[in-house]
Design a protein around this ligand. Structure first.
Ligand SMILES: *Cc1c(COP(=O)(O)O)cnc(C)c1O
Length: 365
């Protein structure tokens, strides 16, 4: 593809830092991991940030650290990557779903309808880089005494007003290869709580406070210094990356306005989108189907993606799972049928935006 969905940003600063690790003789978790954690404390504005081996293990360890009762219900979004659901199940919890709104994130006004006396936590997903309605969701969680875990895997640096994602509840970020900041594989957990941070630190390291002093049954969820070195310079450049993605998203929305059956993404007031994905809807009013649009883009060398083709529980392995409560989520089904993500990454130039819009207009306008 001439215009891909992601573009890595690995400059000489990354190479220098990785070489420094290689020459130090210390590859496992050490000073580079600490530097990366400091960067995420600054980004989220939280007292703690702990590096782990993936975004999925970040979610798992966040839920484990909360010590919810076995079988406790976690309310999450049905329109997400499967890791959100897998983490809930791995932590021994039951997943219950609340439908999404027009912006693809959890519909906060529907939370009261799915609340049960087994509900212990809410797990909103900041999908595509757009924060969920965190002011309402965190108020609802506080009112009902529920824990709050944020799936911020796609939303590094996103904000509601002045407040960063990852600071409302236990924040879970991914550093997977396609995410806005990447170490290949990796994750970060952010929290204000000293107690949770302490438990997460133990859980990620076999439950050891110091060598061979075990305090709880843990795991190996550690990140390596080699990986952290790849992430540190990208984190320093994140503000410019976000600005570039925002400029590209605005440029696309300008160019794609007024096409019958194409709905550009909506950014609700007070929320800052960091555009991990730029996702339009191709509705039944459109002149061509989503599949025709995607294949026509591909012929012009432009990548696109369907995130996600079904609600996350809509697979046999989850429909028959005793810890998955299958829900009526009409908006999530419509979203799954209509979404198409177009390139928005920081490396795009004006002529790339023109090429994307031209290719879309060719089939739809
Ligand atoms: C990528 C992603 C995850 C999982 O992160 P990994 O680092 O791939 O384990 C979780 N939730 C969402 C919404 C994601 O996009």
């Amino acid at each position: 593809m001439k215009i891909a969905l992601t573009q890595l940003q690995m400059g000489p600063d990354v190479e220098r830092l990785v070489l420094e690790v290689l020459r130090s003789g210390q590859l496992a978790q050490g000073p580079m991991v600490e530097r990366l954690e400091q960067g995420f404390r600054d980004l989220a504005g939280t007292r703690h940030a702990l590096a782990v081996s993936s975004g999925t293990t970040a979610l798992v360890v966040a839920l484990q650290a909360l010590e919810l009762e076995s079988g406790a219900e976690v309310i999450t979004s049905p329109f997400t990557f499967v890791a959100t659901l897998n983490a809930i199940l791995e932590a021994g919890c039951t997943a219950r779903f609340v439908d999404v709104g027009a912006d693809f994130t959890m519909d906060e006004s529907a939370l009261a309808e799915v609340l049960t006396d087994r509900t212990s936590a809410i797990l909103p997903v900041h999908l595509f880089g757009l924060p969920a309605a965190m002011d309402s969701i965190s108020a609802f969680a506080a009112e009902h005494d529920l824990a709050l875990v944020e799936d911020a895997a796609q939303a590094h640096g996103a904000r509601c007003g002045v407040r960063a994602v990852g600071s409302y509840g236990v924040g879970c970020f991914s550093l997977y290869a396609t995410k806005n900041v990447t170490t290949g594989e990796g994750g970060i957990v952010t929290t204000e709580s000293d107690e949770l941070a302490d438990r997460i630190r133990l859980l990620r390291n076999q439950g050891m406070r110091e060598r061979y002093r075990y305090e709880l049954p843990g795991h190996n969820y550690r990140l390596t210094d080699l990986q952290a070195a790849v992430g540190i310079p990208q984190l320093e450049r994140l503000p410019e990356q976000i600005t570039a993605r925002q400029r590209n998203a605005a440029g696309l929305s300008d160019r794609l306005s007024g096409i019958e059956g194409l709905v550009p993404p909506d950014v609700p007031m007070g929320r800052e989108h960091v555009w991990h994905q730029y996702t339009v809807r191709i509705t039944p009013q459109a002149r061509s189907s989503r599949e025709v649009v995607a294949s026509s883009l591909a012929k012009s060398g432009i990548a696109s993606g369907v995130y996600y083709p079904r609600p996350v529980f809509d697979y046999e392995c989850y429909r028959s799972h005793p810890a998955v409560v299958v829900a009526e989520v009409p908006n999530a089904y419509v979203a799954a049928r209509e979404v198409l993500s177009l390139p928005v990454h920081q490396g795009l130039q004006e002529q790339d935006l023109d090429a994307i819009a031209d290719a879309v207009r060719q089939v739809l306008a």
